[in-house]
Ligand binder design. Structure first.
Ligand SMILES: Nc1ncnc2c1ncn2[C@@H]1O[C@H](COP(=O)(O)OP(=O)(O)OP(=O)(O)O)[C@@H](O)[C@H]1O
Ligand SMILES: [Mg+2]
Length: 312
């Protein structure tokens, strides 16, 4: 098994200041799958990953990484894992190639071993010919991609990616998606966190939504959507009326008649329903309002389960 976590609890601080940020997480990754860990800011995703890698000690629970117990054999286990941390940790004084060489050194690889693979690693991250470029000269997105290339120097069987595409433009995100698919096709197991629900829906075979240190739901993207949300959504926005009461007043007067559930976010009413026909007909008679009719997606589930309030 690439990763098996049972009853993971993590507390920071002690006594009256103690804060339990991971509160009993069970997670079992299957070989070759891509698993996404989702959750609002502060949910405990990074802490869970750091515990899994033995970079921070668990307060209780058991962890097996690449079949080895953590923390006892965390070092040996980590040698078989590639990691993209949430924040880039490239050495700013070195070139791209030097960063890869130094990193390979941590795994006991000699320069002569890694050097021939550098063009291929850089190409994988869309950084062809950048071997002599200094880190300071790279854009944020290029640094992120170099961090992914760096995570592959030890040919890992498990890749742990903490928000790998945060800060990337759409072009780079598509490149990364394609590359990650390529890796899973070759048998690499992937565990990633992301705030992009479309990314999770597209990449993940299975996912878990985490909030306040607990897993709320787990399953394939389709299962999670089918189990937790009405299939159709109509987003309603525009000029509500001349009273200034806005979306909430409109929803109060109309939503219950035409939808099962309605949520207000800013100036938009999200109407969830099994069949949008009557709502759309009603909206057609309200020329000031505009609407977007679409199938429900993972973001709808995420917002339903974790709420629309800001975190942190
Ligand atoms: N070293 C630490 N000491 C004290 N509290 C910490 C420490 N590291 C994390 N926390 C707290 O633990 C909680 C979970 O943090 P974590 O970084 O795991 O969240 P996350 O799900 O990765 O969030 P984000 O999406 O913002 O990256 C937060 O409330 C954070 O403030
Ligand atoms: Mg995080």
């Amino acid at each position: 098994m690439p990763l098996e976590i049972t009853g993971l609890v993590k507390r920071f601080g002690s006594g009256a200041d103690a804060k339990e940020v991971v509160r009993g997480i069970d997670l079992k990754l299957r070989p070759g799958e891509c698993f996404a860990l989702l959750g609002p800011n502060g949910a405990g995703k990074t802490t869970t990953l750091r515990c899994a890698l033995g970079l921070t000690g668990a307060s209780s629970g058991s962890i097996s990484l690449c079949g080895l117990p953590v923390p006892e054999q965390a070092r040996e286990a980590r040698a078989r894992v590639g990691v993209v941390p949430q924040l880039d940790s490239l050495d700013p004084d070195f070139t791209c190639a030097e960063n890869l060489i130094v990193f390979a050194g941590y795994f006991g690889m000699r320069e002569s071993e890694i050097r021939p693979r550098i063009p291929e690693l850089l190409a994988f991250a869309g950084l062809e010919g950048k071997d002599k470029a200094r880190i300071q000269s790279l854009s944020g997105g290029m640094k992120r991609r170099l961090t992914l290339a760096r995570a592959l120097v030890n040919k890992p069987e498990l890749l742990i990616l903490d928000e790998p595409t945060t800060g990337l433009d759409p072009q780079a995100r598509h490149l990364i998606w394609e590359r990650l698919r390529r890796l899973t096709a070759e048998g690499t197991t992937i565990l990633l966190t992301t705030h992009f629900m479309d990314e999770a829906e597209r990449l993940a075979n299975r996912l878990a939504i985490l909030d306040a240190g607990r897993i709320l739901v787990q399953g394939t993207p389709r299962e999670v959507i089918a189990a937790h949300i009405e299939p159709q959504v109509v987003e309603v926005f525009g000029e509500w009326d001349n009273t200034g009461a806005g979306a909430a007043a409109w929803a109060e007067a109309n939503a219950a008649t035409f939808s099962k559930r309605c949520e207000i976010s800013g100036e938009t009413a999200f109407c969830y329903t099994d069949d949008a026909t009557s709502l759309l007909a009603h909206l057609a008679r309200q020329p000031g309002l505009r609407s977007l009719h679409r199938p429900a997606n993972l973001e709808d589930v995420f917002l339903k389960l974790t709420g629309r309030e800001l975190r942190d």
